[in-house]
Design a protein around this ligand. Structure first.
Ligand SMILES: Cc1cc2nc3c(=O)[nH]c(=O)nc-3n(C[C@H](O)[C@H](O)[C@H](O)COP(=O)(O)OP(=O)(O)OC[C@H]3O[C@@H](n4cnc5c(N)ncnc54)[C@H](O)[C@@H]3O)c2cc1C
Length: 403
């Protein structure tokens, strides 16, 4: 018999795979229903996988082991598994795959249905509170009594999104059994700043290019949506940078964003555009003149930062235009911290892969103990990579458990 702790994507993929091989499977899930993170994913549309799961899109202290674990688990393989459940997919931009009906709820229904068909016993409302080893057996204590098994799979996920059941409990059980934990940090998460000006622009969303500076040096750069908020910044480009920011902030490195509010125009083209639109006869007040090209909530900020004296458009000259362009393309924002796990899509860190066989997802220390999904020290980029990891590692574990 196999006991699986956690009915998320990884746990259900593993349970189905093992049960199809004739293995008796029991899943223990603390929530009142399975797959709560699946339900919340992609704003309820579920970005279920990605067409190009290149190893570089996954992050870990041991990228070489992630690469091994992903070998043979390309999009085709994952789509074949999803297809076997009755889930057809469609591709959107950047290789993102979605269920054709764009309904996360249907994905959970089809997973649950297959578990039922195969006789997998799904015990919900069952919080595992302790795990210990007795001889060759695992003894589990839970809110619904104790369980014993010879093979145990931990797919209890990460502490990201505790409101959906996110928890580090599984990692602590693994630690108590002798496994090492790579420190956890929120990832795919918004960033907080003590600077007050983002509040003045709260609600403004625009395409931007954002550079992350750590200790003054450019670390990485992303282009995409940027959203100003009353705590700092969010938006897809910010989420994409957040893992690196989280890592640097944890090492107490001072972090700052350099924001280009008009990435589609080079400095020269923007200088020309602004220079050409000076009309001395019209002679607009400078703030109104700038509103012709920039969101009105950003105008006072840019005027303040560029510290130009002009009040009317006809007072502008080459130098003041250059100052304006510099302010628009190099807006600086110090970052103090990431938002906490409640707002994170995933956690970076987790159970150290160095102690796991990447082909079997089995502990190298304790035979019969398996892991899959986000509990492990693997997190993916935004775009379906986290589910790709959950399905692939789950299927691997389900194929490795003994009959
Ligand atoms: C809001 C949001 C949106 C997301 N959108 C996407 C997306 O569109 N595409 C994508 O690829 N990824 C997305 N992700 C990330 C993705 O959901 C996760 O990486 C993935 O669900 C991890 O699967 P898992 O099975 O490893 O863990 P989980 O899905 O977290 O499952 C773990 C399960 O274990 C249970 N559990 C924990 N502790 C115990 C215990 N002690 N006893 C019993 N049960 C326990 C939990 O309740 C949970 O059900 C999103 C995440 C969030 C939070």
């Amino acid at each position: 018999m196999l006991i699986v702790v956690g009915a998320g994507a990884a746990g259900m993929a593993a349970a189905i795979t093992a049960a199809r091989r004739g293995i008796e499977v029991v899943i223990l899930e603390q929530n009142d229903r399975p797959g709560k993170k699946i339900l919340a994913s992609g704003n309820g549309r579920c970005n279920i996988a990605n067409r190009h799961p290149d190893p570089t899109r996954f992050h870990s202290a041991h990228p070489e082991l992630v690469k091994k674990a992903l070998q043979g688990y390309d999009a085709q393989r994952v789509l074949a598994f999803l297809g076997s459940l009755g889930i057809e997919t469609e591709e959107e931009e950047e290789g993102k795959l979605f269920p054709m009906g764009r309904q996360a709820a249907s994905v959970v229904k089809l997973l649950t249905r297959e578990c039922q068909r195969l006789g997998v016993k799904l015990v919900t409302g069952c919080q595992v509170t302790g795990i210990r080893r007795e001889g060759k057996e695992f003894l589990l204590e839970s809110s619904r009594g104790s369980y014993r098994c010879h093979q145990l799979l931990l797919t209890a996920g990460s502490p990201a999104a505790p409101q959906l059941g996110g928890s580090n409990a599984g990692m602590l059980f693994a630690q108590s059994l002798g496994h090492r934990l790579i420190p956890l940090r929120p990832a795919l998460v918004a960033l907080e700043s003590d600077a007050r000006w983002p509040r003045r622009a709260a609600g403004v969303k625009l395409p931007a290019r954002i550079g992350l500076l750590a200790s003054g040096a450019l670390v990485t750069e992303r282009e995409g949506d940027l959203l100003f908020t009353d705590y700092g910044v969010s938006g897809l480009a910010v989420l994409d940078l957040s893992r690196e920011a989280s890592l640097r902030l944890a090492q107490s490195e001072p972090c700052e964003l350099s924001i280009d509010l008009m990435p589609r125009r080079s400095k020269e083209r923007l200088e020309k555009l602004l220079g050409d639109r000076i009309d001395p006869r019209r002679d607009l007040p400078l703030d109104l003149w700038l509103e012709g090209v920039l969101h009105r909530k950003l105008v006072p900020l840019i005027l303040e930062i560029s510290s130009i004296r002009a009040e009317k458009e006809k007072q502008l000259n080459r130098k003041t235009i250059r100052q304006l362009v510099y302010a628009i393309k190099h807006l600086r924002l110090p970052i103090e911290k990431t938002r906490d796990f409640r707002y994170a899509e995933v956690a970076a860190g987790g159970i150290d892969l160095a102690e796991i066989d990447p082909e079997r997802m089995e502990s190298r220390k304790i035979p019969g103990l398996f892991f899959a999904g986000e509990i492990l020290d693997v997190d993916g980029d935004r775009g379906g990579f986290n589910f790709h990891w959950a399905w692939s590692s789950g299927i691997r574990a389900g194929n490795a458990v003994n009959r």
